[in-house]
Design a binder for this molecule. Structure first.
Ligand SMILES: [Zn+2]
Length: 230
């Protein structure tokens, strides 16, 4: 089921991850794509808001992990649309690499359980995406009234978050999660860098925060994240 975040922003789960849809007068931007094979579920999600696959005009990948970038190649091949990502993660996605080796698991029982029951077995390769357009830090894409790219490294070196400045919606992706309350993600490539990223994000204006895993924070997201990660 697709969940409405604002009039133009939707969240849905094609399986163990959230993808986001920005609907700009019928022109769809898909943010993240789920695991390989998720395309049909994504199209079903879109049908829930009366849109069809060919309404997708571009894909933005927040980072390389297989639960986010897995179906990008299939959708690109089908629709011949541009795929955007940061250079650092995009270079690996082009090679079909869905994860860097050096992931560190955060402490805690939930983290241990999720890692051992789910993540350890998850695929680490993806179908390579042939063509990726690099996104720069601070770049503003002409989507709705402007979608700002914010480099948020730590979970992965090339991780990005996306901010709809006018709507004050932050698509934070995996800088943290909100599955069982707001918390650190299970895995990071670089924990100190990820912690710095979580502090830096508080300088941006947003009221709604959306994550790759768990529920969105529909009010005072900046305040809640600042409090949790200060
Ligand atoms: Zn991830």
């Amino acid at each position: 089921m697709i969940k409405k975040i604002t009039d133009n922003v939707y969240q849905f789960d094609p399986g163990m991850v959230n993808c986001f849809v920005i609907d700009d007068s019928g022109s769809i931007t898909l943010i993240d794509t789920g695991f390989t094979g998720s395309e049909e579920k994504i199209f079903k999600g879109l049908a829930g808001i009366g849109r069809k696959p060919t309404d997708i005009k571009q894909i933005i990948l927040t980072h390389l992990h297989p639960d986010h970038s897995g179906a990008a190649a299939a959708i690109q091949n089908m629709l011949h649309i541009p795929v955007y990502a940061s250079y650092k993660d995009g270079e690996l996605i082009k090679q079909g690499i869905g994860m860097r080796e050096s992931m560190i698991r955060m402490p805690g029982l939930i983290s241990w359980l999720v890692f051992n029951l789910v993540l350890k077995k998850a695929p680490k390769v993806i179908q390579p995406v042939n063509d990726i357009i690099d996104l720069a830090d601070g770049q503003i894409l002409p989507i709705l009234s402007g979608l700002k790219v914010i480099y948020t490294p730590g979970h992965s070196a090339g991780h990005i978050s996306l901010l709809l400045e006018k709507q004050q919606v932050l698509i934070a992706a995996d800088i943290c999660m909100n599955t069982n309350g707001l918390d650190y993600s299970i895995l990071y490539e670089d924990v100190p860098l990820a912690k710095q990223t979580l502090k830096n994000i508080s300088k941006y204006n947003f009221d709604i925060g959306c994550f790759g895993h768990g529920k969105p924070l529909m009010t005072n997201a900046n305040e809640k994240m600042s409090k949790k990660f200060s």
